[in-house]
Design a protein around this ligand. Structure first.
Ligand code: 13P
Ligand code: SF4
Length: 304
């Protein structure tokens, strides 16, 4: 049955000249069939350079929107239109405009986990993989960082020359991982290293041996000589970590890390989206052009 769905998806991807992109938090079976898996930065880059006519984005709304912003000539499908991001919803255009009015001339750095409208009101975007380099690339010593307070406070430690004005948004999934749970896991596995995502709270990140984006975790765990890791991010990451490192053990720091939105998309959703060519994610041209400047400015920041 699943094989049947697999082959139907593969056939439709071919006949529609479509590419299937999946975020590292997607269900295992969706990652398995994807053409490309990655973190928010890697997927934005793929979306900007693919030669496909159709992008099937298995992720959440803001990710498909970024693909639509960068590739206006392509059809971008988000198989589950209800897959949103609560953190992205924590910042409104009106609220951001008010904040900007309080700090005239201060550039706005916006995490890609935000709506197209909010990106359009920003100077530059960032992801968890490039946030430090993006902020460093700005001449001003004061910046407004939107919407993730945890990512903002994490990178601020490495940029003492900058003064940060934070939007107090957060990822509910990462904030559900508590300090006491992490201490408990560490006590149970004293030989394990702890790695977490910068969306975690400052007290949890302070306990980590390494803090990085989802793709950064693959690289770090692969290169590490250690054999055991406590993972502080959404459990979708475990699929590829275990596949690529069969000799290593990965323990989830907290069951509460599951992101319900990232778990919505099933293979059946992917199939019906390709059959019906819906739901299409589109961004109005006025907003798209402004948001594109912020995304392209981010993509122009050198990665090394
Ligand atoms: P990255 O893939 O950029 O690490 O982002 C994590 C996340 O929370 C996406 O919603
Ligand atoms: Fe949003 Fe957090 Fe889910 Fe990512 S993991 S989509 S930041 S709620």
């Amino acid at each position: 049955m699943t094989r049947d769905v697999h082959s139907q998806i593969k056939e439709l991807l071919k006949s529609r000249n479509a590419v299937l992109l999946a975020h590292n938090y997607m269900r295992d079976e969706v990652q398995e069939i994807a053409d490309i898996t990655g973190d928010s930065l890697g997927l934005s880059i793929e979306a900007s350079k693919t030669g496909a006519d159709v992008i099937v984005f298995c992720g959440v709304h803001f990710m498909a929107e970024s693909a639509a912003i960068l590739s206006p000539d392509k059809t971008v499908l988000l198989p589950r239109s209800d897959a949103g991001c609560p953190m992205a919803d924590m910042v409104s255009v009106e609220g951001l405009k008010e904040l900007k009015a309080r700090y005239p001339g201060v550039p706005v750095v916006t995490y890609v986990n935000s709506s197209a409208e909010v990106k359009a009101c920003s100077d530059i975007c960032c992801t968890s993989a490039n946030a430090i380099k993006v902020v460093k690339s700005l001449q001003e010593d004061e910046i407004i960082f939107v919407p993730d307070r945890n990512l903002g406070r994490w990178i601020a430690q490495f940029l003492p020359e900058k003064r940060f004005i934070y939007w107090e948004g957060y990822c509910p999934s990462h904030e559900r991982m508590t300090l006491s749970e992490v201490l408990q896991r560490k006590a149970e596995h004293p030989d394990a290293l702890f790695v977490c995502h910068p969306e975690s709270t400052p007290e949890v990140s302070a306990l980590a041996d390494h803090v990085c984006s989802t793709s950064g975790m693959y690289e770090w765990c692969r290169k590490s000589a250690a054999k055991k890791f406590i993972i502080g991010t959404e459990p979708g990451i475990l699929y590829k970590l275990r596949l690529e490192n069969p000799d290593k053990e990965f323990i989830l720091a907290s069951e509460a890390l599951v992101c319900p939105n990232m778990k919505l998309t099933s293979l059946d959703d992917v199939l019906s989206s390709l059959q019906s060519m819906t739901p299409v994610i589109a961004v109005s041209e006025n907003v798209r052009l402004k948001a594109k400047m912020a995304l392209e400015r981010m993509l122009a920041v050198p990665r090394d």
